[in-house]
Write a protein that binds this ligand. Structure first.
Ligand code: NAD
Ligand code: HSE
Ligand code: NA
Length: 439
């Protein structure tokens, strides 16, 4: 292990605690993938926490941590646009790389913060700030780097989408679902940001900046939230074959010479045909649909808020930085895998017989009394749970197809049950099996 990279986590709320937990849970993965030793050297917290490793410094002096010699990367997850701004600029001036989930701060002051980072030759990374755990900033910066983005459309506020979904599917009230979103750690400190579209507008400004290569212009985003949407509108829209979703649109207009002539930036509720993928993004899920040239349309989908998803995005940025810091040290690029530890080098790939899936079975039997009972008895003796069963009318002389869906079962168990079913006198053909995954 070449080098130790020291992290400071400022703010131990939903996201900060999620990051601490992720590091505890996945430390081996982090080391193996980066080839570096990653450790938390300090946390910024208002009150001492006894669930934090005593080797980690705990302090309420966030400015001091941000400038500490014992810190390489500062993770800002306190939120807000005042103290967070002071801390981040202080950290940058002290040569620290910064990872932040703070879209409000970047949307409002990002131009200045990125310029300061440039001047001080440090990175400010913000994957967690847009669409939670979906790696959409990486996609824009890396995977789509060679494309010209024509437009993008995204469901980019988890709280709002969760509220709309629960209201529609379960008839719950707005206030009741919002309270649950807050309890689940999805909502902003001031949830007006979520329900009035401001949070989505922050994210759209960031997305448009990276997609089109333009400065951040949050103040120019047209912004409408979900508070005016009634269940009545949702139901009328559904009758007409539409779903109402809160969507952010960034659209590049171009003139005849393919020069950008203007950009639309807007977030608002919108009707989407029910068979479109975006119409089926529900709950706390986010999705961003990107139309780019020459790739065409691609869709990115996943959890848009919550501790685990956001911590994943924060640590993705940390891992990028760790790789850069370690690569500089070693003078070579990190290969496909930094190294393969001995205990993983001979991890067995499981035999198909040990794999677990659900099954669709089609069994052809003579239409005689007790045939179904025999089949279900064999499955039950093998410990296989039936999820659904369908007996179709006889399709050729005296033969009936029986369709059975099972819950997940180990393949070897299913193999022996099928052998027993096929050995029954009443079974006319081999059993057809197709695996079933709820995904
Ligand atoms: N929760 C999510 O799903 C999510 C997703 C993406 C981005 N974000 C962003 O991440 C940031 C944090 O969000 P959160 O949901 O974790 O908020 P949170 O309110 O749960 O956590 C913030 C924490 O910072 C602490 N804090 C604030 N000021 C402090 C100070 N001066 N000294 C010490 N501690 C201080 C608070 O006590 C709190 O524990 C925000 O910018 C938010 O927009 C949140
Ligand atoms: N409050 C935000 C958190 C993720 O940015 C949301 O609900 O989408
Ligand atoms: Na993200």
């Amino acid at each position: 292990m070449s080098k130790s990279i020291k992290l400071a986590i400022l703010g131990l709320g939903t996201v900060g605690t999620g990051v601490v937990n992720l590091i505890n849970d996945n430390l081996d993965e982090l080391k193996r993938r980066s080839g570096c030793n990653i450790m938390i050297s300090a946390v910024g917290t208002r009150r001492q926490r006894d669930d934090i490793d005593p080797a980690i410094t705990q302090s309420d002096d966030l400015m001091a941590i941000a400038a500490s010699d014992d810190v390489d990367i500062v993770i800002e997850v306190i939120g807000g646009t005042t103290l967070a701004k002071d801390i981040i600029t202080h950290a940058i001036r002290h040569g620290k790389h910064v990872v932040t989930a703070n879209k409000a701060l970047l949307a409002e002051h990002g131009n200045e913060i990125f310029a300061l980072a440039e001047e001080n030759k440090v990175h400010v990374a913000y994957e967690a700030a847009v669409a939670g755990g979906i790696p959409i900033i990486k996609v824009m910066r890396e995977a789509l780097a060679a494309n010209k983005v024509n437009w993008l459309a995204g469901i980019i506020n988890g709280t709002g989408n969760f509220i709309m979904t629960e209201m529609r599917d379960k008839g719950r009230t707005f206030d009741d679902v919002l309270a649950e979103a807050q309890a689940l750690g999805y909502a902003e400190a001031d949830p007006t940001f979520d329900v009035e579209g401001i949070d989505a507008a922050h994210k759209l400004a960031l997305l448009a900046s990276i997609a089109f290569g333009i400065p951040l212009q949050f103040d120019k985003v047209y912004c409408e939230g979900i508070t005016g949407i009634t269940l009545q509108d949702v139901n009328y829209a559904e009758e007409l074959g539409y779903r109402i979703k809160h969507v952010g649109f960034a659209v590049r207009h171009q003139d005849d010479n393919n020069i950008a002539s203007g950009i639309e930036l807007r977030v608002h509720p919108t009707l989407i045909p029910e068979d479109k993928l975006l119409a089926n993004v529900n709950g706390v899920k986010n999705a961003v649909l990107v139309d780019s040239h020459p790739l065409g349309q691609t869709l990115y989908y996943g959890d848009g808020a919550g501790a685990g998803a956001t911590a994943s995005a924060v640590m993705a940025d940390v891992m990028d930085l760790v790789r850069v810091l370690c690569t500089n040290e070693q003078g070579h690029h990190v290969p496909h895998l930094a190294f393969i530890p001995e205990e993983l080098s001979d991890t067995p790939i499981l035999d198909a017989e040990q794999m677990t899936t659900g099954y669709y079975l089609r069994v052809h039997a003579y239409d005689s009394p007790g045939v179904l009972a025999n089949i279900t008895r064999i499955l039950s003796e093998a410990g296989i749970n039936i999820d659904a069963i369908l007996q179709k009318p006889a399709h050729k002389a005296g033969q009936v197809p029986v369709i059975i869906l099972t819950l997940p079962v180990v393949e070897s168990q299913m193999n022996s049950a099928i052998a027993k079913i096929e050995a029954l006198d009443t079974i006319t053909d081999k059993v057809v099996r197709i695996r079933l995954d709820e995904l």
